[in-house]
Design a protein around this ligand. Structure first.
Ligand SMILES: NC(=O)c1ccc[n+]([C@@H]2O[C@H](COP(=O)([O-])OP(=O)(O)OC[C@H]3O[C@@H](n4cnc5c(N)ncnc54)[C@H](OP(=O)(O)O)[C@@H]3O)[C@@H](O)[C@H]2O)c1
Length: 293
């Protein structure tokens, strides 16, 4: 699709990380951007930077884990601009707990912010896109939406649900001018790994990755095929290219991750075996941290 000064783009989770980069890049293309998140000060700082650089940005403070807030977001965008061309469902949060340590509230919270929000916002934006017979719906899932990772099963399950939701939506959009795209990034350098509910999964990986190399050597196991961490700016460029390409698709931003997803479909156990040294190191780090065994 053509992104220009007539385009209105709504980006959730725009107060930091990937969402802030997407908002900045879309505004640089001339789009009117609507930034959505809970932390008003951070949201305004991103919007101010955009306007200082000649872009057009407005903010809506909202908690997308609540249906009434999602409803308000779309209502306000239509009232202010009369259209919605791009909806980027980017807001998301991870967790860090073993399955048995995961409180029910945390499980529900992972689904509310990562999945329910996408359903609520998309369902309310779609009638406006259908009227225009144009639009782009993007959802940020993760490689965690394609294959398993330990100590964040609630997040992994939620991100798998995002992939399924967008795949189903695409089949409903056949023959329309509306695209639905799911993005599956691996590591992006943002706040994400530090603010996971239940503890920092970033710190867990930070401890486990070097240890996994020793385990791999000592036990003659493969070293986990991890991809390079990407900046939010690099990742944003790939996502915007996908929107402009105008073809709803599943997008893997990091080199090698699509191959792992394909191998997972072909033989999940074999794929999981390739990460064994990392899973062992993560178990060690998790239990050392919790004082359990
Ligand atoms: N970083 C990675 O390695 C990685 C890898 C794969 C996928 N992802 C996904 O990429 C997306 C962007 O994450 P990021 O890496 O940019 O992390 P981030 O810097 O932590 O950004 C997350 C954003 O989501 C917003 N958010 C969280 N809960 C919200 C809520 N209830 N209502 C409204 N906004 C909410 C946060 O804003 P407020 O706190 O101000 O509300 C923040 O702007 C997420 O969906 C994440 O799961 C990240």
């Amino acid at each position: 699709m053509n992104l220009d000064t007539s385009s209105v783009a709504v980006i959730t989770g725009a107060s930091s990380g990937l969402g802030a980069a997407l908002a900045t890049d879309l505004a640089a293309k001339g789009c009117q951007v609507v930034l959505v998140a809970r932390r008003e000060d951070k949201l305004r700082a991103v919007a101010d930077l955009i306007t200082q650089n000649g872009g057009r940005a407005t903010c809506i403070v909202a908690d997308v884990a609540q249906e009434s807030h999602c409803e308000r977001v779309i209502r306000q965008v239509i009232a202010d601009f009369g259209r919605i061309d791009v909806l980027i469902n980017n807001a998301g949060r991870g967790n860090m707990n073993s399955v048995e340590d995961t409180p029910t509230e945390q499980w529900r919270s992972m689904f509310a912010v990562n999945v329910d929000s996408i359903f609520w916002l998309t369902a309310r934006a779609l009638p406006h896109m259908r009227q225009a017979n144009a639009g782009s719906i993007v959802a940020i899932s993760s490689v965690a939406g394609r294959y398993g990772h330990p100590y964040n099963a609630a997040y992994v399950a939620a991100k798998h649900a995002v992939v399924g939701f967008i795949a189903a939506l695409r089949t409903e959009l056949v023959g329309t001018g509306i695209n639905a795209t799911v993005i599956c990034p691996a590591g992006i350098i943002t706040e994400w790994g530090d603010v996971t509910e239940g503890g920092s999964i970033g710190a867990l990986y930070g401890q486990a990755i070097p240890r996994s190399r020793t385990i791999a050597r000592d036990r003659s196991l493969a070293t986990a095929p991890l991809s390079r961490m990407m900046s939010a700016q690099e990742c944003s460029k790939i996502i915007i290219e996908a929107i402009e390409a105008g073809r709803g698709d599943d997008v893997f931003t990091h080199a090698g991750t699509k191959d792992i997803a394909v191998q997972t479909v072909q033989d999940r156990c074999a794929q999981e075996d390739r990460f064994e040294a990392l899973w062992v190191a993560m178990a060690e780090a998790y239990h050392a941290q919790r004082g359990t065994s």
